[in-house]
Design a protein around this ligand. Sequence first.
Ligand SMILES: C[S@@+](CC[C@H](N)C(=O)[O-])C[C@H]1O[C@@H](n2cnc3c(N)ncnc32)[C@H](O)[C@@H]1O
Length: 212
Amino acid sequence: MKESELLDQYILNHIDAENDYLKALYRDTHVKLLRPRMASGHLQGRLLKMFVEMIKPMQILEIGTYSGYSALCMAEGLQEGGMLHTFEINDEQEDFTRPWLENSPYADKIKFYIGDAMQLVPQLDIQFDLAFVDGDKRTYVECYEMVLKQLRPGGFIIADNTLWDGHVITTPAANDYQTQGIMAFNDLLASDDRVEKVILPLRDGLTLIRKK
Ligand SMILES: C[S@@+](CC[C@H](N)C(=O)[O-])C[C@H]1O[C@@H](n2cnc3c(N)ncnc32)[C@H](O)[C@@H]1O
């Protein structure tokens, strides 16, 4: 094993374990779905739960449900009466994800929507306290602007994959719209006075944003 893999394993051995339900979901994600690496996994999942416990949101927005791993971790941290609204654009994902969400101990804290969050979220009359942005990297800027409008002052956005495997410090190919999208988002944020921001170099990069 490489040194970085040993360190990753060391971290996992010294943080809270995933519960058995999450372990089973992670396994099922890898057995049945394409691109299972998109799922948050053990470390990021525990971190998302901890953020929810720190921020104590009543209303959470998630853009990009995929298999439901991050949704379940955030719902686990939600206080009584809190609600997570999670959106997935790919309708082929529903048959896999809905049972995992609805059979979980947190089913009554999760509303799962199939459709384009960019269209559906503005139709909801909800001010969010926390948003986890993990959808299409090509449209991160548009997504951020939409989410910021729906966020209360003092609310937080957590944006995933903002270092994009290190590609953000390369010159992207003309047709690499995902790297270009992430770089445009990072550049916009760097000079955006509406928010405070910090990048955590965890996994693929997590940007924490606080609306002033
Ligand atoms: C990286 S995966 C999400 C992983 C999940 N949040 C986790 O951490 O376990 C991104 C998902 O976002 C979905 N997606 C992309 N654009 C979207 C949009 N505009 N609205 C809703 N879902 C979207 C994709 O179909 C994909 O399933």
